[in-house]
Ligand binder design. Structure first.
Ligand SMILES: Nc1ncnc2c1ncn2[C@@H]1O[C@H](COP(=O)(O)OP(=O)(O)O)[C@@H](O)[C@H]1O
Ligand SMILES: [Mg+2]
Length: 231
């Protein structure tokens, strides 16, 4: 077999920002490649550069050097909005605007001229365990419920890659478990390629195929979950 193209590849990614005291290195020489359906956990303490890395993957920030390839194509050559449709993101706090759950789910596709049918919206909301909540105002939802709707909102774009930035860490213990389970099963069912940031080693062990450990912006370990977390 010839070598296949990675779904997502980071090559030597670095990001340095200018600060009053001089340049500050946020991330240094990070590389990985993910095939279809692989889940990479990015583990590291607060301030390690985990969110910085995710933001480079969908161009919310730009690297100082290095390259991100999506299906073999340099993401710098893509319109950032198109890129963010193809590389979806779910953050720690549910990312929703005031109004009905359905309106939130419709928003992403509408940005690209796609009008979802009512049945498609209902189906997405059902898939995140919120059947019948289309007309509920998101301000009335619990943290876990709101996170479910932000997941539906991300899925509505049919992303090729899903970026998860500590998607359970703002939730109470019970919702944490529920949302982890929901995300893990959605990712597995759809064979989605996923970068899952967490500071929870046990969570990484449960959900990830590959693990990247970050400390102070540098990779201190990269390998399979089996090698790094089950030893
Ligand atoms: N735009 C920025 N300018 C300066 N420093 C930043 C900027 N963004 C993040 N940082 C710093 O970079 C480091 C890594 O941040 P972050 O990627 O958010 O870490 P993590 O998500 O692992 O907690 C932190 O020290 C943070 O304060
Ligand atoms: Mg972070």
């Amino acid at each position: 077999m010839t070598t296949n193209t990675a779904v997502l590849e980071a090559r030597d990614l670095s990001r340095t920002v200018d600060q009053p005291g001089g340049p500050k290195s946020l991330l240094r020489n990070i590389s990985f490649r993910l095939d279809q359906g692989q889940v990479l956990a990015v583990l590291g303490p607060s301030g390690a550069g985990k969110s910085t890395l995710l933001r480079l993957l969908n161009r919310l920030d730009e690297p100082t050097s290095g390259t991100v390839l999506l299906q073999g194509a340099d993401t710098r050559d893509m319109d950032p909005r198109t890129l963010r449709r193809r590389v979806g993101m779910v953050m720690q706090q549910a990312y929703l605007f005031p109004g009905a759950a359905a309106a939130n789910v419709r928003y992403g596709p509408a940005q690209h001229g796609i009008v979802l049918e009512d049945s498609q919206v209902a189906d997405l909301i059902r898939q995140v365990g919120m059947a019948g909540y289309e007309d509920h105002d998101v301000s009335t939802l619990s943290g876990g419920e709101a996170q479910r709707i932000s997941i539906a909102r991300a899925l509505a774009n049919q992303p090729e890659v899903l970026l998860l930035d500590e998607p359970t860490s703002a939730l109470d213990d019970l919702s944490k478990q529920d949302i982890e389970h929901l995300l893990a099963s959605l990712v597995r069912e759809r064979n989605m390629t996923c970068v899952w940031v967490t500071h929870d080693v046990a969570q990484a062990r449960r959900v990830a195929d590959l693990v990247l450990r970050l400390e102070a912006g540098q990779s201190i370990a990269f390998g399979t979950s089996q090698e790094l977390l089950h030893a």
